[in-house]
Design a protein around this ligand. Structure first.
Ligand code: NDP
Length: 315
């Protein structure tokens, strides 16, 4: 029985991968192209991995991309690689945890480009591999993946330029942070309901949820706290990113036509990068694909959604 269902799952996955690679061969056609060289896209943590590939693909589609990295030398080197390939890519240092780095970045963007049209929040950390589930770095994981992403969104929104096609924010998240997935969920049904309902979802609730988790990490009670069981700290941080994505989409939906900002998040799959120790079953090209697609979607009002392999999934 088990063998049969595994086999069917494998077949479904292979079929889906074929569909995706077909979608990828269809070029972004000219009449749908709302962007140009004047369209500015910022990608966080783009010196390597999925972020570098998102930067490369966006620049290949003809946008001007700002590659950012917390390490100046590494970022400049990565930028040079793309520039030598003829792409319009500029570099600026950005550490999403450092308020002074964020401020310098904001000032530089304002002076250099006046503003941006696309923001991809890709920078993130994870310290567990395989079957590990240590929370030793939980504070860093939550600070980077959730608060860092939030810091950048808050800093960049005032810099988003009006655009008839709407500006785009894409958050690179993870299926592990799903609120209502079949596995790896928060056990507390009441908390799940509150986080999942846009009428009760607030920034304060998301902050309080991650703070409760970190408090339990500090006092050693987290294992009985009903948190997701796989890569718990990482899952909690991405769950917060997902919830914040929905909340921001709702908050920003009141903006007038011409000043719209669409905010979505996605899971890149299990990707061969440093984060997975180059394990994983998809390439960086595949891992970047849904993010680039979301950033460039032609005039469709897609916002507040979670995607995997270009398909919407429930939060
Ligand atoms: P990498 O470790 O290769 O890349 C992570 C990037 O984030 C690096 O550029 C890193 O910089 C940067 N970064 C980390 N902390 C900061 C910070 N404080 N300020 C600025 N940049 C920072 O991993 P991936 O490419 O795999 O991960 C990219 C995103 O995809 C992450 O958000 C991750 O959670 C997500 N993801 C990845 C999956 C996978 O299977 N690989 C699965 C699901 C989601 P530095 O080089 O200096 O460390």
């Amino acid at each position: 029985m088990m063998g049969g269902s595994k086999e069917r799952a494998r077949e479904r996955r292979e079929k889906r991968l074929q569909e995706i690679s077909l979608l990828r061969t269809i070029p972004y056609s000219d009449h749908q192209r709302w962007w140009s060289k004047e369209t500015i896209a910022v990608v966080t943590g783009s010196n390597r991995g999925i972020g570098f590939e998102i930067a490369r693909q966006l620049a290949t589609h003809g946008l001007t991309v700002v590659l950012t990295s917390r390490d100046e030398c590494v970022g400049q080197e990565a930028t040079r690689v793309l520039q030598e390939g003829g792409l319009d890519v500029a570099f600026h240092q950005l550490d999403i945890l450092d308020p002074s780095s964020i401020q310098l970045f904001v000032d530089w963007i304002r002076q250099t480009y006046e503003g941006i049209h696309v923001l991809v929040n890709n920078a993130g950390v994870n310290f567990n591999v395989g079957s590990d589930n240590s929370v030793e770095s939980a504070h860093m994981v939550v600070a980077t993946n959730y608060y860092g992403t939030k810091n950048i969104i808050k800093a960049m929104i005032p810099l988003i330029r009006p655009s008839a096609a709407a500006a785009r924010i894409v958050n690179v998240s993870s299926r592990l942070g799903r609120l209502n997935g079949r596995r790896n969920r928060i056990e507390d049904l009441n908390l799940r309901r509150k986080l999942g309902d846009l009428d009760t979802l607030t920034e304060e609730l998301i902050d309080r949820t991650v703070a409760t988790f970190l408090q339990q990490v500090d006092d050693g009670t987290w294992t009985s706290g009903g948190w997701p069981q796989t890569f718990t700290d990482y899952s909690v941080s991405k769950l917060a990113v997902n919830a914040y994505t929905r909340l921001m989409a709702k908050t920003l939906s009141n903006r007038p036509e011409g000043e719209k900002i669409y905010v979505n998040c996605y899971c890149p799959g299990w990707v061969k990068t440093a984060m997975t120790g180059w394990a994983g079953n998809v390439s960086v090209e595949e891992g970047a694909d849904t993010g680039v697609w979301l950033a460039l979607l032609p005039d469709q009002a897609v916002t507040g959604k979670f995607f995997a392999e270009r398909r919407e999934v429930s939060f």
